[in-house]
Design a binder for this molecule. Structure first.
Ligand code: C2E
Ligand code: CA
Ligand code: CA
Ligand code: CA
Length: 279
């Protein structure tokens, strides 16, 4: 293998090949990422269809490492999950998101915005989660109903434990969303037990609603279910006008996707927000 003097990335890329262990490689860097301040949050707007306004954002973590470059969350979150690093990283995400909300409120214009935070399974079952969220709400002074906790269906499989945790979270006044709805093990049974405010239909369904009838029919059933049980629906991964029009006819409440905006860093989001209101 030839070494390319100044090209750091190439050198490491070869080393990686040699080790044949990308996971360990990422893990080594991940261990120091927090203390080195390599994480940030990006914000993707959530638009309410009835008003066409931004009513909230989803916070999505970004990791930029000097050697690895931008590492997508799909690559490092599973490793963080396995190693337990997700606990301190997840804590950072919650604190950062609440501080951002406080900042937006202080700046005056974005005072009613909700912020959604993704919680991974290990984090969800960590006994400190509820008190961490409670402390963070108290420390930042944010309105708890503006904080939205996104969990996935896989976390609801242990019904008893999940119910306990969700009830404790609801006592704090936060909102609960089921993310990636329809992709996991879905026993619709849990929906009637859990205090759920939103379900987020996975983007794999949205991708196909204008192309194939099957996907459209499935999504349609989700909407009926939502109506019957009484929660709101967010459609994620909306990329085209056609998809949006279809979702409107289905009476979708809120949408998220590249059609409106990709997830943006704070300053770009602030600009986008202003433009969106002042055309
Ligand atoms: P997710 O929670 O389902 O987030 C939605 C993903 O879809 C995001 O990818 C977002 O950038 C992307 N997306 C948004 N709009 C569109 C669209 O119109 N089309 C397409 N094709 N994609 C769209 P991202 O940011 O790479 O995050 C991937 C996953 O990583 C997330 O999926 C979530 O499961 C996880 N993740 C991200 N941030 C966090 C975090 O802070 N904590 C935890 N535990 N997981 C996170
Ligand atoms: Ca999510
Ligand atoms: Ca999702
Ligand atoms: Ca996902």
């Amino acid at each position: 293998a030839k070494k390319d003097g100044g090209n750091n990335y190439k050198f490491h890329d070869e080393a990686l090949e040699k080790q044949n262990n990308a996971r360990l490689y990422i893990e080594n860097h991940l261990h120091k990422a927090l203390e080195k301040n390599e994480f940030s949050l990006h914000y993707q707007p959530k638009i309410e269809l009835s008003t066409q306004k931004i009513i909230g954002v989803e916070a999505l973590i970004r990791w930029e490492n000097p050697t690895l470059g931008m590492v997508p969350p799909d690559k490092f979150i599973p490793i963080a999950e396995e190693t337990g690093l997700i606990i301190p990283i997840g804590e950072w995400v919650i604190k950062k998101a609440c501080e951002q909300l406080k900042l937006w409120k202080a700046e005056g214009i974005l005072s009613e915005l909700t912020i959604a935070v993704n919680i991974s399974i290990r984090q969800f079952f960590n006994p400190n989660l509820v008190s961490l969220i409670e402390e963070t709400i108290n420390e930042t002074g944010i309105d708890p109903f503006l904080l939205d906790i996104e969990i996935t269906e896989s976390m609801t499989m242990n019904v008893e434990m999940a119910t306990e945790i969700l009830k404790d979270l609801k006592k704090l006044g936060v909102k609960i969303s089921i993310d990636d709805f329809g992709t996991g093990y879905s026993s619709f049974n849990y929906l009637k037990h859990f205090p759920i405010d939103y379900i987020k239909i996975d983007k794999s369904f949205i991708k196909d609603i204008t192309i194939d009838d099957q996907s459209k029919n499935i999504v349609n059933v989700f909407f009926q279910l939502a109506k019957a049980i009484g929660f709101r629906i967010v459609a994620e991964g909306v990329e085209t006008k056609e998809q949006l029009d279809m979702l409107k006819t289905l009476n979708c409440n809120e949408v998220q996707g590249y059609l409106f905006s990709k997830p943006l860093p704070e300053d770009e989001f602030n600009l986008f927000f202003e433009r969106f209101y002042k055309p």
